[in-house]
Design a protein around this ligand. Structure first.
Ligand SMILES: *Cc1c(COP(=O)(O)O)cnc(C)c1O
Length: 365
């Protein structure tokens, strides 16, 4: 059996440190907004190279809080990708703004800057790229567009913790970076968690209030906020894992390199690195015209696999606008029909990758 992600292996490797960190929180009985959250926030700010790191309850909340802090709302259009997890666009709807879906690059699956340029209207206020599967989006091109059209850039970094462009971390050089600490993410806790980064002090102050009922001073509420805090147990676990994130991401790159060798002469398109930034392989996603056959073979061999994502967001009922037909976004649709994600996690062994490769080879006849 080879799972998509083996969280147990990592827990066993780190057990001593993690159990001790959890026990310390339990003993202290400080569970909410205590010393671990504070320490984690400075460690995250330092690692990512930002002035402010504000943790919150999930990656979805990170996006929502960032959009609120940016004062985006009804009448505003936000250009984003349809080839992502729904949370990216859900957050846009939470604040009453309109997601405008544009097509993706067929090789990186990231938002296509030319498509973004073509979709800008007088109502456009922001661009929300996703660094999909761990590969940084084309930030140089998106930054130029944002500057030329006075748009905000808000990054969905849920899959890209530790990915960078020439040393500049994703989420560190725009208005906001939004991260998730969901257990299976590159930096994952043992429950839900999220993070917003910013270099703008007033925005950080706003985020600190929004995550805690609109309050800076207890029982004084300046605006309507949320209960969206990271808890101390998650923060303590994340502090242990943050120390190893570079090692984990390097191991993911090793897995990807091994897959590339093993799948080289097969009829599947392996992930393309465009060289703009460093890919941290949150997912290892291939394109194939033989998805059903490969899935059947992997299933039979008890090997994890998944289709991320089978239906692009512009085709989801939740975003189906009755008055308008969904736009045709042929690249997203074709990638959604052909993509297949294979197991990837830092502890995946070469022999396991070779076995997965053999099963795929057999399936392709
Ligand atoms: C996981 C994910 C989110 C949401 O994060 P949660 O912590 O699960 O709320 C948002 N966007 C993308 C691209 C994701 O992969």
């Amino acid at each position: 059996m080879i799972p998509m992600v083996d969280l147990q292996r990592q827990y066993h490797d780190l057990r001593g440190e993690i159990d001790a960190a959890i026990a310390e929180v339990l003993e202290s009985t400080r569970f909410i907004l205590g010393p671990n959250v504070q320490a984690l926030e400075s460690e995250l700010a330092e690692y990512l190279g930002v002035t402010h790191a504000v943790t919150c309850a999930s990656g979805t909340d990170a996006l929502h809080l960032a959009l609120r802090a940016a004062d985006l709302g009804p009448g505003d259009e936000i250009i984003t990708t349809p080839f992502t997890f729904i949370a990216t666009a859900e957050a846009i709807r939470y604040v009453g703004a309109e997601p405008v879906f544009v097509d993706i690059d067929p090789r990186t699956f990231n938002i296509d800057p030319e498509a973004v340029a073509a979709a800008i209207t007088p109502r456009t206020r922001a661009i929300l790229p996703v660094h999909l599967f761990g590969q940084p989006a084309d930030m140089p091109a998106l930054t130029r567009l944002a500057e030329d059209h006075l748009l905000l850039l808000i990054e969905d970094c849920a899959q890209s913790f530790g990915a960078h462009i020439s040393g500049v971390q994703t989420g560190s050089a725009t208005a906001f970076g939004c991260f998730s600490f969901f257990p299976s993410k590159n930096l994952g806790g043992y429950g839900d968690g999220g993070l917003v980064t910013t270099n703008c002090t007033p925005a950080a102050e706003r985020l600190l209030k929004l995550r805690n009922h609109g309050s800076k001073v207890r029982y004084h509420h300046d605006e309507i906020g949320y209960n969206s805090r990271l808890d101390e147990i998650q923060a303590a676990i994340l502090r242990v894992k943050l120390k190893r994130i570079d090692e984990f991401n390097q191991a993911r790159r090793r897995v990807a390199a091994r897959y590339a060798e093993v799948l080289e002469d097969l009829d599947v398109e392996i992930p393309y690195e465009d060289g703009i930034g460093v890919h941290v392989y949150h997912q290892y996603t291939v394109l194939t015209d033989h998805r059903e056959a490969i899935m059947k073979a992997l299933q039979a061999a008890d090997i994890g696999h998944a289709v991320y994502y089978p239906i692009p967001l512009h085709r989801q009922a939740a975003f189906d606008r009755r008055e308008k037909a969904p736009p045709s976004l042929p690249v997203s649709e074709s990638v959604a029909a052909r993509c297949l994600s294979l197991p990837v996690f830092p502890e995946l062994e070469d022999a396991q990758i070779d076995f997965i490769g053999e099963r795929i080879r057999a399936a392709l006849g």
